[in-house]
Design a protein around this ligand. Structure first.
Ligand code: ZN
Length: 282
């Protein structure tokens, strides 16, 4: 299933994308797509609904983040060997974990706003993993059974805030609008091989990032297991799993976001995001 939330910010309704790619309204069946709908039993109930029985949604409404009420938004740094090389960083021996403030989460096509005094805004297409059931000290073997599904994430970053103010990254990762998620939450039954997905990003129509999840240093299963050794993962938590090469910081000379830029990014089977970059406003 491809689950979505659509409509005005804060007023999103649940929906699904049918086999013909049309948006259908799920609001008569569930209140929202959030923690209560992400477990295997709840997803199985949704799967039993005939999409043709759901009302078609007219027009092209705004898409919101496909998961409501995300608790933790956890990110993994330098998880592609070739990206670590372009960043001039050694290959991590253990996953690098940081948090993106959940106040940065927004819809996949909402504008990205450069924060006040930002001069080094950057992009990172990433595979997002949505947790479906509580995971605490899970083994790598069992890890994927705790995953509800997958989505596209742009781990928008401010490199000066991230790298030039001290050793931790969070201040350059959680600025307002730095967490576009969606358009779809694709349930894990539709993604047979999470380590075989192409991912890409274009800036103003020019291809910047081209990668495949097969070159991850730590697999999705490893990451879910690893993070669960340090904190309990809850339904509706999201782990974004690192970016392939081609970020602005790695260019020679570096390229950073400016007002008017357009980012377009996607992952095989998970849909496409488009964001216009806008200047800071209160
Ligand atoms: Zn990242």
């Amino acid at each position: 299933m491809k689950l979505v939330r659509y409509g005005r910010p804060g007023k999103e309704k649940p929906g699904l994308i049918d086999a013909q790619g049309r948006l259908r309204d799920l609001s008569q069946k569930v209140a929202d797509i959030g923690a209560d709908q992400l477990g295997d039993a709840a997803l199985a109930r949704l799967r039993k609904i005939d999409p043709a029985s759901l009302p078609l949604v007219r027009g092209k409404p705004r898409m919101g983040c496909p998961v409501a009420g995300i608790g933790k938004f956890i990110a993994i740094g330098l998880n592609y060997a070739d990206h670590a090389a372009e960043a001039g960083a050694p290959i991590p021996k253990e996953p690098i974990i940081f948090q993106k403030a959940n106040s940065c989460i927004q819809g996949p096509d909402d504008p990205v706003m450069l924060p006040r005094n930002s001069v080094k805004g950057d992009w990172e297409v990433e595979l997002g993993v949505v947790i479906g059931s509580r995971a605490r000290y899970v083994s790598q073997k069992d890890a994927l059974t705790h995953v509800a599904g997958y989505c596209v994430v742009n781990d928008v970053s401010e490199r000066e805030f991230q790298l030039e103010h001290g050793p931790q990254w969070d201040r350059g990762k959680g600025c307002d609008t730095f967490g576009p998620i969606g358009p779809w939450l694709v349930t894990r039954d539709e993604i047979a091989h999470p380590q075989k997905l192409d991912l890409w990003l274009e800036l103003n129509g020019r291809r910047m990032q081209t990668g495949n999840t097969r070159t991850m240093i730590f697999s999705v299963a490893k990451l879910v297991s690893y993070v669960s050794q340090f904190m309990t993962l809850m339904p509706g938590d999201v782990i974004t799993t690192g970016t392939p090469p081609g970020v602005g910081l790695g260019m020679k000379p570096p390229v950073f976001l400016k007002k008017g830029d357009v980012m377009r990014l996607g992952i095989e089977g998970l849909g496409v995001q488009t964001q216009q970059v806008v200047a800071f406003r209160r």
